[in-house]
Design a protein around this ligand. Structure first.
Ligand SMILES: Nc1ncnc2c1ncn2[C@@H]1O[C@H](COP(=O)(O)OP(=O)(O)O)[C@@H](O)[C@H]1O
Ligand SMILES: [Mg+2]
Length: 404
């Protein structure tokens, strides 16, 4: 696989250049990023190819929606047994201004390059009227991990099941990082489940390349409950460690069946507080250099780093080796946190119990339509969603940073 070009992330080209380069009205199947000429003949050809692609599918019922997209089931006209999912990106203000949705661009760019069994597949792209971009994705009919975690009435699962899901997630993240891609939105409802039980990492709308270590990045990213302390302290130079923290949060949430760091009322200050309470207060001792970070606030109360016994008390179900892995993913200092490769080398995967086989993993009971509101959990700058899972993420602010 080729190295990914960081061209689509911060700092962006000036808007005028971006618009010209990206060709607002002419997305082309499997090649949406290369369309560009404004000559009438080429635009006509692009539109023709576009409509050819569009006409290959018959759209059916809605499978789910997030803040930035509605996702529909569809099948191929030529073979109704072949199902896909069509992710229709909602038209935001940047589309009106620049003719393109940055979220969809990120998603297209990275999904085109990342071919892995635990990463959702992008088959093609087409546009519809009003410059709506549509991503044709593999259909993942078994819902998402959040649904399983929350359905405590009907779904029970074992440490071996958790190990199996976590191994698939860890492989996906390792693959992203090996290709210099940060996902930046790992959370249970972006982990979709295929018909055969495989976990697929989805929703690359906040992803970016981190191939250039000198390129500052936004700290206002990752859904707040899954966001690592270095981003709350406003570091602009970070690495795969940010995703590993989110993976640790998912691990803990799978075990306890509740969000690990859930601040109430929801704010960045309260998130730092709860991280200090549950992990320990960051200090120069446990995180050299932390006090130099721009957003660092000298704590008024100090909680010493939590001991292994403390973690075992809360997460004993996953065993000693599992707790060891969890603690190392949730290490405050990002330089001491495990890398994705370290995670895969950890002895947890080979310790008893063995990870469950795909066919033995629990499946959701209810219909897809039951997913509804929970899945729209990402947006909202200030408000907390009605189900209390206030997952603020600064997609909007992230977009702003792309303009700077
Ligand atoms: N390929 C797919 N197959 C089945 N359902 C999907 C698929 N992609 C997305 N969904 C459903 O739609 C929801 C929103 O999709 P997502 O890509 O997360 O959009 P957003 O970027 O708006 O968050 C998901 O949580 C999931 O329930
Ligand atoms: Mg999503």
């Amino acid at each position: 696989m080729s190295l990914l070009s960081p061209a689509l992330d911060v700092p962006p080209e000036p808007p005028s250049k971006r618009q010209k380069t990206l060709g607002a009205s002419s997305s082309v199947s499997n090649n949406a990023l290369e369309s560009g000429s404004s000559s009438p003949e080429i635009t006509d050809l692009a539109e023709q190819l576009d409509s050819q692609e569009r006409d290959k599918y018959i759209k059916g019922k809605k499978l789910g929606s997030g803040q930035y997209a509605d996702v529909y089931s569809a099948h191929l006209v030529s073979d109704p047994s072949k199902l896909v999912a069509i992710k229709k990106i909602k038209v935001g203000p940047e589309v009106k201004e620049f003719g393109i949705s940055y979220d969809s661009l990120r998603e297209i760019k990275f999904l085109q390059e990342l071919d892995h069994p635990n990463i959702i597949k992008l088959y093609s792209v087409f546009s519809t009227k009003n410059q709506n971009l549509n991503l044709v994705l593999e259909q993942l009919p078994q819902g998402d991990l959040l649904k399983l975690i929350q359905d405590t009435q009907n779904i029970s699962y074992t440490p071996a099941d958790i190990k199996s899901w976590m191994l698939m997630l860890s492989r996906a993240i390792w693959f992203c990082h090996a290709n210099f891609v940060l996902h930046r939105d790992i959370k249970p409802n972006n982990l979709l489940i295929a018909a055969n039980g495989e976990i697929k990492l989805a929703d690359f709308g906040l992803a970016r390349s981190f191939a250039d270590p000198y390129q500052p990045m936004t700290y206002n990213t990752i859904t707040i409950w899954y966001r690592p302390p270095e981003l709350f302290y406003q570091t602009q130079y970070y690495s795969g460690a940010v995703d590993i923290w989110s993976v640790g949060c998912v691990f803990a949430e799978l075990i306890a069946r509740e969000v690990l760091f859930r601040a109430w009322p929801e704010s960045e200050i309260n998130m730092v507080k709860i991280i200090c309470e549950k992990v320990g207060t960051p200090s120069e001792d446990n995180w050299p250099g932390v006090s130099k970070l721009k957003g660092y606030v000298t704590p008024t109360e100090i909680t010493p780093l939590r001991s292994r016994d403390y973690w075992l008390g809360a997460f004993r179900a996953i065993g000693d080796v599992g707790v060891d892995l969890l603690m190392k993913m949730l290490t405050l200092d990002p330089r001491r946190r495990l890398t994705a490769e370290d995670v895969l080398r950890h002895s947890f995967w080979t310790a008893d119990p063995r990870p469950s086989r795909l066919e033995d993993l629990p499946r959701k009971g209810g219909g897809l339509e039951a997913m509804g509101e929970d899945l729209k959990r990402r947006g909202g700058e200030v408000t907390v969603s009605s189900n209390g899972r206030g997952d603020k993420v600064a997609r909007k602010l992230d977009f702003e940073s792309m303009k700077k």
